[in-house]
Design a protein around this ligand. Structure first.
Ligand code: PLP
Length: 455
């Protein structure tokens, strides 16, 4: 079956919307919990969960039941009309943000991450009288629509298509493992804040007019913890310093929580770990556990109230679609029962311990780190530092081959690759992952490394 499908794909599908990474591309036919299955029924333990879009496990029974119920009562409704779950979900997110950040605000929906980034660009441009320059991070990823790719660091995504208005100045992200020698991670964080502040010392660093106290840049787009950039956790002091510089110069802080939000790091929003208040939050992916697409933004009242951001400022036919908002609301309710975050921090600590044990047996694992269940392992040469993309590519191939063994059964392992040198395993397991599944992950990773090194 796979070969017929692959022949049809080669003929009829645009390749512009994906990268397969392995040859031939892998076909999966079902999924459940932490596992994907191929046509032969071989289980693949998934440690990337659709790049963190399926945080609550494949076929989560509770969320699936809500989806089915919404299908039965109101699966479709045009955006000009109201439906209950749109309002309830917006209220939930806005009230939660007001409790956490002390800021009243509003929520605005769209159909996915990139589209929500576009909407946030409109919000910050509008609030700054149309400024289209932004700060963003080296290694940052904000999506592939035209606006989103202009604030994403990789020129590769813009090379063929150019810009549509927005441009970014890319600033180094504090990457502790690859910091300059002789500094602690915190000193490095401070150093980068000071280096950024230097841009505002006088007019000659090309961003600031001291005569009018105006910055040419409207906002700084950050992923609090870099996602595609390699699940890099910055030093804890960094954002407080950065936010002070931004506040002092009237630059908005937009936090892209599309990958690291929705509890990936043990809190609803990853920025909550760092003690700063965002001006705008952007979310997507796991809001609907990877089902009916829905993304959106929360913004401070001053930036998004109907007087300043009037009806029709952005619109999509499918924005605030009822299947998506019903799912999003259930995700919020489900994750606010009991101490959902504590469980994630415990599973994350257990996972990280496992990785540290593995590191003792394989000197090619240069660094392991993480926050909650956003974890990283940097694959290097034997010196434990030089990036080794070739070894990780082999690991991904072998994992997807489905020929590892666990308790006498043929098993596969699904890994995602990130990082500036494409040598980082970016672990985003199900937030519901069990201890036995984490133990299994370590056994499979051990086998995988041993085999890839021998290959
Ligand atoms: C941090 C971040 N921002 C934006 C996006 C774009 O979201 P989408 O792929 O839903 O358009 C992604 C997707 O991976 C992401 O990780």
């Amino acid at each position: 079956m796979d070969s017929d499908l692959l022949a049809d794909e080669a003929k009829y599908c645009s390749f512009g919307d994906t990268v397969h990474y392995v040859t031939p591309p892998k076909v999966f036919t079902s999924c459940d919990g932490s596992y994907m299955f191929d046509a032969e029924g071989t289980p693949y333990l998934d440690l990337q969960m659709w790049y963190s879009a399926v945080n609550f496990g494949y076929r989560n029974r509770r969320l699936d039941a809500v989806m089915r119920h919404q299908m039965d009562v109101l699966p479709q409704v045009a955006s000009q009309y109201l439906h209950p779950t749109k309002i309830q979900l917006a209220k939930f997110i806005a009230q939660d943000a007001e409790r956490k950040f002390g800021l009243p605000g509003r929520v605005h929906f769209n159909v996915g991450g990139s589209q929500s980034i576009e909407d946030s660009l409109k919000v910050v441009r509008n609030a700054s009288n149309g400024k289209s320059l932004m700060f963003a991070f080296e290694g940052g990823y904000h999506g592939r629509t035209l606006g989103a790719s202009s604030i994403t660091s990789s020129y590769r995504y813009r090379r063929r298509y150019g810009h549509f208005g927005d441009r970014a100045q890319f600033v180094p992200f504090p990457y502790p493992f690859r910091r300059p020698k002789g500094m602690t991670a915190e000193e490095y964080g401070d150093y980068l804040v000071k280096d950024f502040a230097r841009k505002f010392e006088n007019e000659y660093h090309a961003v600031w007019d001291p005569k009018t106290n105006q910055c040419e840049y409207a906002a700084f787009y950050v992923e609090a913890i870099q996602g595609t950039g390699g699940y890099v956790v910055p030093p804890m002091n960094y954002y407080k310093g950065l936010k002070k510089v931004l506040d002092d110069h009237g630059v908005l802080l937009v936090v892209d929580e599309i990958q690291m939000g929705m509890w990936r790091t043990g809190k609803l929003w990853s920025i909550e770990h760092f003690g700063v208040k965002p001006d705008v939050l952007v979310f997507g992916k796991a809001l609907t556990n990877g089902m009916n697409a829905l993304g959106g933004i929360w913004a401070r009242e001053e930036l998004i109230n109907p007087q300043i951001f009037p009806p029709g400022s952005t619109h999509s036919t499918f924005a605030a679609n009822p299947l998506g908002t019903a799912l999003g609301l259930e995700v919020m309710r489900m994750t606010h029962e009991g101490d959902f975050g504590a469980k994630i921090m415990q599973s994350g600590a257990y996972f990280l311990e496992g990785l540290k044990e593995l590191q003792k047996r394989h000197k090619e694992i240069g660094e392991v780190d993480g926050l909650g269940l956003a974890l990283r392992a940097e694959i290097c040469t034997e010196d434990g530092f030089t990036p080794n993309r070739a070894l990780l590519d082999k690991m991904v191939d072998i994992g997807l081959g489905g020929t590892l063994e666990y308790k006498g059964q043929k098993t596969g392992l699904v890994l995602d690759v990130g990082g500036y040198y494409k040598n980082v395993i970016t672990f985003a397991p199900s937030l519901e992952i069990s201890r036995p599944e984490i133990d299994q992950a370590m056994v499979l990773l051990d086998q995988l490394l041993t085999r890839a090194k021998a290959a």
